[in-house]
Structures are given as C-alpha cells and as structure tokens.
Write a protein that binds this ligand. Structure first.
Ligand code: FES
Ligand code: FES
Length: 239
C-alpha cells in the first residue's frame, strides 16, 4: 500500500488522518476536499473501489465505513479519520475468497465487473445483519447499486447462495481459491474492468476514477452517503 503519492500540492491546507483500512492502520496528509474514493484509489492503490458517477447514484464506489455501506464518492477522506474502512480488497482471507465473492463467481453474477465490488460490499453488510434475507430484502439492500451488463437476477441469486454458504459453513470445492491466471480465470485485477460499460452512469470528471474532488460533488456528506434504499430500481433488466 502506498500513501502520499498524490497528496497535497502547493500551499493548500492539509489535515492528518489515521484510519483502520482493511485491518491496517493508515496515516496520511490529505487535502480536506479529497474524496474518500479518490484517497482509496489513488493514495492507497485500492482499485477495487470503482468510480462511475461521482455523485452517489451508481454505487460502484461502495465501501464500509464503521461497518455501514457508504458511497465513498460522497465522503471526504478526512471524515474517515479515526474510523474503520473496509473495501473489497479486505474480504479475501489468505487468498480464499469471501463467501460473497465466491458466490458472485459461481452464480455468474458479473460480466465486466465494474460494478461488482460495490455490490459485494453492500451484500456483505446485508449478510452481517441478516443471515437469511428474503428476495425482497436482498433487492432492497442492493437498490443503491447499478449494473449495466449482467442483469440483476444472477446477482440476487449470488447473495442468496452466499447466505446459504455462510449459514452452513460450506465452502466451494476448491476452497474458494480463484486462480485468475488459469485458462478461463477471471481478469479481476486487469485494467479491462477499471472502466464502466456503455450506459453506465459516469461523472464529468473521470469514468474510472482518480479525479480529485472539486468539492461540490461531495457536498453535504454529513450523512455519509448512505442511500435510503427505499426505491429499488425498476429497469429493463428485471430488477
Ligand atoms: S455512487 Fe460513487 S461513483 Fe457512483
Ligand atoms: S458487470 Fe455490472 S456493470 Fe458490468
């Protein structure tokens, strides 16, 4: 993990922050305007945090802040000071996929993968609170995440499979180890999935993230970017 590589420039004021990031203490000097999403991607090199819309709509940037889902594009990095942040990179255990990750793979719940880490983090929060969610509860929990290639049914199936796996303690036959370099393996770490597919909501700054927040888009982060989840989508993909 690297920090400080795209840190403050010129005479702009900065603040010192320290946070527990995927179980590791991270300290950095950041401009108050820096979004958490950009801090995670650019300062900490956690590229599983996707940035699509940059204004709280798509859910690609979803992480857990003190165990609760937030849109990290709507949270300033300074707001994470003294708190715990979890990203998709922190889920695997010694190379073994988290049951939610394994279920997404098993259920073919992704295509380009751009949205996947956000869905996975939302599902992780749900299953920590509710180990046997109904289909409607799964839909509601994922209502703030948008996918533009897979369709939602396989994603819902994956969450239900993960719930079953967590309740029974069963793991995949291969122990959940995913060899990305094997024939037919995924390209989860590859650059091809760093940008959103056609039709995905993107912000004016950057499709794949990395733009420093101008500040305006991250306004009103007092309720850290937690959607109300009251309106599950109703789009052409059967959501
Ligand atoms: S919700 Fe944060 S990038 Fe879309
Ligand atoms: S798999 Fe969801 S946007 Fe491509």
């Amino acid at each position: 993990m690297r920090t400080g590589t795209t840190g403050p420039s010129g005479d702009r004021p900065t603040e010192s922050i320290a946070l527990a990031l995927n179980g590791e203490t991270v300290r950095a000097e950041v401009e108050p305007r820096l979004k958490l999403s950009d801090f995670l991607r650019e300062e900490c090199d956690l590229r599983g945090v996707r940035v699509g819309c940059e204004h709280g709509v798509c859910g690609a940037c979803t992480v857990l802040l003190d165990g609760r889902v937030v849109k990290s594009c709507l949270v300033y990095a300074v707001q994470a000071d003294g708190r715990e942040v979890e990203t998709v990179e922190g889920l695997a255990d010694d190379g073994h996929l988290h049951p939610v990750q394994a279920a997404f793979h098993e259920a073919h719940a992704l295509q380009c993968g751009f949205c996947t880490s956000g869905f996975v983090m939302s599902a992780v929060e749900l299953l920590r609170e509710n180990d046997d969610p109904s289909r409607e509860e799964v839909k509601t929990a994922l209502a703030d995440n948008i996918c533009r290639c897979t369709g939602y049914h396989n994603i819902y199936d994956a969450v239900e499979q993960a719930a079953d796996a967590l309740s029974t303690g069963e793991t995949r036959a291969d122990g959940g180890v995913l060899d990305c370099s094997a024939p037919g393996g995924c390209d989860c770490a590859g650059p091809a999935v760093d940008g959103p597919p056609a039709g995905y909501p993107t912000g004016a700054g950057s499709a794949s993230g990395g733009s420093t927040a101008g500040g305006d888009a991250a306004a009103d982060p007092g309720d850290p970017a937690r959607g109300d989840r009251s309106t599950p989508g109703d789009d052409a993909e059967g959501r």
